[in-house]
Write a protein that binds this ligand. Structure first.
Ligand code: NAD
Ligand code: DAU
Length: 355
């Protein structure tokens, strides 16, 4: 089996579902169930003996050691993290705790476990660390996209904590020989995305007749990748990636935020017309910019294509249509995540008009 951490979050839950459908190999899913963890995203696996869920912290060394000894996974895929830039600006403590200290504790436990494995299992073991393009900082317009050799220059507390975790992973390979793989991916979108992030926030706010808050001029550029493509990339890196290497993963899909918001509005206009008429775009509101907001990210994904034959399968047009459709078809999932704690966050970030 494999151990997946953070498998109840957005990408982790998509990965667990994709993994079991594609590989069928059992998954031990360790997730703390923070506000971002949601077992409803894994409802399709209820009663499926191939999925073992444990609520717990990657930083809980005795728990992780016990789970490794009991379940003897052949690989660890580490998704667990605090992942939202805006929350890291409000307070970075949890980001340091999970992304830095938690990754360190997980690496220590993994190393002890791996060192004691017998030869064939030891050679085959992998620790795959899921990271982000944000560690590279911000690109000037027209500058070449991030390659794996781009210098790290994280600008937010979130990206600094992820950069620290990437460095720890690298060091555990270099010093202890732990067979690690790191993936640095661009912005994901798709089903089960928590509505604090741009695309799901715009969908749920539009449908609730609330303002669509665009930070600053909305000209910031992100490189969007449909989440299933990311999951396929991780499976491929786990299967054939070279230990000690990093792989950039992206959608070849740079778009300014304001264009994303207009696309979401146009799809909603078509699929779920606004009560009273007019376009959802009328709800777009420019609000204060994110402090330290990175202007542009873009991933050069040629290494993973050259070495491992991975390319995104989904176009942005097909992926965003599927995503909007998914949110329209899953009002119960949306209602459940919009709990009291979610409303507290929206009020803290955007003020009472949006809460
Ligand atoms: P998410 O916030 O939706 O989910 C994170 C999950 O980790 C949650 O289920 C949460 O309960 C769990 N978790 C948090 N702290 C934990 C701890 N201490 N121990 C165990 N579990 C814990 O995040 P996501 O968007 O799914 O991102 C997953 C990973 O991918 C993160 O490492 C993130 O940095 C990285 N990443 C995300 C994106 C993106 O666009 N969302 C892009 C590139 C990389
Ligand atoms: O690049 C990969 C990263 O993508 C991941 O590492 C992070 O975990 C993930 O959260 C995401 O970070 P971003 O900050 O890019 O995602 P977010 O959805 O928060 O914002 C996307 C862009 O939209 C960003 O430029 C900020 C802007 N934005 C966001 C929100 C929530 C708005 O204009 N308004 C908003 O209300």
């Amino acid at each position: 089996m494999i151990l997946v951490t953070g498998g109840a979050g957005f990408i982790g839950s998509n990965f667990v579902l994709d993994w079991l459908a594609a590989e069928g190999e059992p998954v031990l899913n360790l997730d703390k169930l923070t506000y971002a963890g949601n077992l409803a995203s894994l409802a399709a696996l209820r009663g499926d003996a191939r999925h073992v869920f444990v609520q717990g912290d990657i930083g809980d060394a005795p728990l992780v050691a016990r789970l490794l000894a009991e379940h003897r996974p052949r690989a660890i895929v580490n998704f667990a993290a605090e992942s939202h830039v805006d929350r890291s600006i409000h307070g970075a403590g949890e980001f340091i705790q999970t992304n830095v200290v938690g990754t360190f504790k997980l690496l220590e436990a993994a190393t002890h476990y791996w060192q004691a494995l017998a030869a064939p299992e030891k050679g085959a073991f992998r620790f795959l660390h899921v990271s982000t393009d944000e560690v590279y900082g911000s690109l000037a317009p027209g500058a070449p996209a991030f390659t794996e050799d781009h210098a790290y220059a994280p600008n937010s507390p979130y990206s600094a904590s992820k950069a620290a975790s990437d460095h720890l992973v690298r060091a555990w390979h270099h010093t202890h020989g732990l067979p690690v793989l790191t993936t640095n991916c661009s912005n994901n979108y798709g089903p089960y995305h928590f509505p604090e992030k741009l695309i799901p926030l715009m969908i749920v706010n539009a449908l609730s007749a609330k303002p669509l808050p665009v930070y600053g001029d909305g000209r910031q550029v992100r490189d969007w990748l449909y989440v299933e493509d990311h999951c396929r990339a991780i499976r491929r890196v786990l299967e054939a990636g070279r230990p000690g290497e990093t792989y950039n993963v992206g959608g070849w899909n740079e778009k300014p935020n304001i264009e994303i918001v207009h696309t979401v509005c146009a799809l909603l206009d078509e699929l779920s017309p606004r009560a009273g008429g007019g376009s959802y775009a009328a709800q777009i509101t420019h609000v204060a910019d994110r402090p330290g907001h990175d202007r542009r990210y873009a991933i050069d994904a040629r290494k993973i294509e050259r070495e491992l034959g991975w390319r995104p399968a989904e176009t942005f047009e097909s992926g965003i249509r599927k995503t909007v459709r998914w949110y329209l078809d899953h009002p119960d999932w949306v209602a459940e995540v919009q709990s009291g704690a979610y409303r507290d966050w929206v009020a803290a970030q955007y003020g009472s008009a949006l809460a």
